[in-house]
Design a protein. Sequence first.
Length: 156
Amino acid sequence: MLYSHNNQYPTQLPNRIRLSDGSTRTDPSTFTDAEIADAGYVSVSDPPEYDSDTQKINWNGTAWEVVSLTQEEIDRLITIAWRGIRDERDSLLQKVDEKILRYQSQVRIGITTSIDNISDLDNYAQALRDIPSTYSNPNDVEWPAPPASLEPCQDP
């Protein structure tokens, strides 16, 4: 259960409350409803359901409010989501690049390569690079399945 203290944003009860007579209580499992009220806390219902793509919830000091996001807020959330997707994509591409460099090095020095089909890695890397141009909504992104050659190499 959530509580608001003096109309502040609702949180869990703290481990210590100060009563109006100046004394304190330190075991939340033993707080009575009267002590909680005396300390200035009011129980608050759980936040309502809302669509996080287009709405947010606010606490007005006495109740929850569901508010529509402004276009600027929606654009900011989309920008943040795309930044996260690009960061993940870049991390995956770095792993692919390490495998490709290892493959190229093995070919140059004439040893048996650790990758059977380099084309699988090339296709996977291209699918990762295409994500920003393939999807218009960051919530719709479906990540390509990595090829088996991305499994960690076992050195002899």
